[in-house]
Ligand binder design. Sequence first.
Ligand SMILES: [Zn+2]
Length: 610
Amino acid sequence: MQHFPLIPRLKRIFSSKRIVEEVQWHKLKRKPVENELNHPADGEAWKDFDRKYGWFAEDARNIRLGLATDGFNPFGKMSSSYSMWPVFLIPYNFPPWECVEQSNFIMGLLIPGRECPRKDIDVFLEPLVEEFLELWKGVPTVDALSEKKFDLHAAVIWCIHDYPALSTLSGRVTRGYYACVHCDKNPCSKRIRNKICYIGHRRFLPRAHPWRRSKVFDGNVENREKPKKFTTDELMEQLERVKDVRPGKHPKSKKRKRGKEGPCWKQRSCLWDLPYWSSLKLRHNLDVMHIEKNICEYILGTFLGTAGKSKDGINSRLDLEDMGIRKHLHLIRDGDSYSTPHAPYTMTKTQKEHFCDFLKSVKFPDGYASNLATCVTADGCNLQGLKTHDCHILLQRIIPAAVRGIMHMDIYEALAELGNFFQQLCAKTLKLDVLERLKADIPIILCKLEKIFPPSFFDVMLHLAIHLPEEAILRGPVQYGWMYPVERRLLTLKRFVRNMARPEGSIAEAYVAAECLTICSRYFDDDVETRHNQEGRNRERVAIVRGDLSVFQHGADVLGAPSLTYLEHDYEKMVWFVLNNCPEVEPYIEYVSPSTIFIVSCNLVISPNV
Ligand SMILES: [Zn+2]
């Protein structure tokens, strides 16, 4: 295993005056706005940590770290069974534009393949945990800005990983009846024909909600309370039961009896050895990136009837029969044979063609998304090779627009609300009142989906959406706890592999060299171009020139030679766009209704020279 000592690298942060200033940004320069979440420091988890450990919060130089890990295959498609696990530490003290910047990621460990470490990960984490313990006590460090010695402290505030890795790292069960890490008691899981599904989101609705008395959901009235979490004492008691479970093939581990440990925890992770770990409000983040990807794949798979991904099948129809609901979808038996009636949540061939034609025709702004037209299969009836970011765009923006007019209005409404939910949740700046509203809205959205799709559609990923607003209130904006930056970092590591026989050695050597160069480049002035001062592909934060309308100040560079084209047919659209996207026009809109604006824009067409 490759271990890259953390303490000397944290100390090195304080050898540059510029970085010392940036490290203290979260306390000295951040301007918190009431009701707004811009940085993890605005989140409830950070504030709660400050209240509990006042001495730690007092010195802005003390570093808060996020621990991120995931497995990856350095050989790409050449070998299907190789899983290498780097462990990254992400310092959160920096301002938002530097916080999840790749060059700030510190690789602490590189756990070698060929197999996924699973529960043995504790053994690998041991050297890192030792360093965390030392950092909690304090490490003497010299501050370049004040040129004085001080005791540097650091703490891990949460972990970032996908859902299977959550189980590996935390020792919490993420499969079966207790798969949801937030629902410890009476979870929403239910056994159906060939799997366990997560239905019954009416439990999250208020007691008096009319849907609780309806029988269209699962044939029953819902009187149960929403699932509960363990209290700290109960959690400690659960962990006490599994404290003897050891990693690896230990002779004692064979003797333990199943069921004695309780259903939720299979192991006590070594992270619990950290003195502050039990008092953290958010230990493990749910990864919004993978949740969005899975939900999008379920929806598309079911709509388009993709083999192996569709949630509609004979078993799902039998589930409906078992529950005694939606009789028009039950199997029609004729002697020994049977037929499946068409369900509104699947598309006919013509609908599929219309849907895929729409996806092909969508045009995006530069750098917003990849070209979705390349994902449509040759027969024009299906999609293939969707990346996680494609799913992110599809779920939030494209699917609701694409199904409108093609599918039933109920389906469109539910998907539009789901898309809107994720859109507001993934905003760069979150508002507390919006999050509270999302928290109340998501059970209704899931109930609407329960009315449309069969029970087999609802696996734990859909259920996890219900806990996302709660986590966002604790953590702050989603981009500080999702996997996108981590996955990008993994791709960089993958490119470091030169010697296929020694992938870990290649990565370690190239990583150390790249880190040295990055540190050196921080000492250059701004007139030397380094990776820290490169201008982005699209310019951001363009200062508005007085007298010009903001709608024309998009800040994008135009490529190629200019040419003037007069689009007579699109004139009406352009006027409509300018009127509806220009904040300067807003005071006038207050006096007239939106329909009047449209009429105004149409009248303008008569005299295009105006
Ligand atoms: Zn749950």
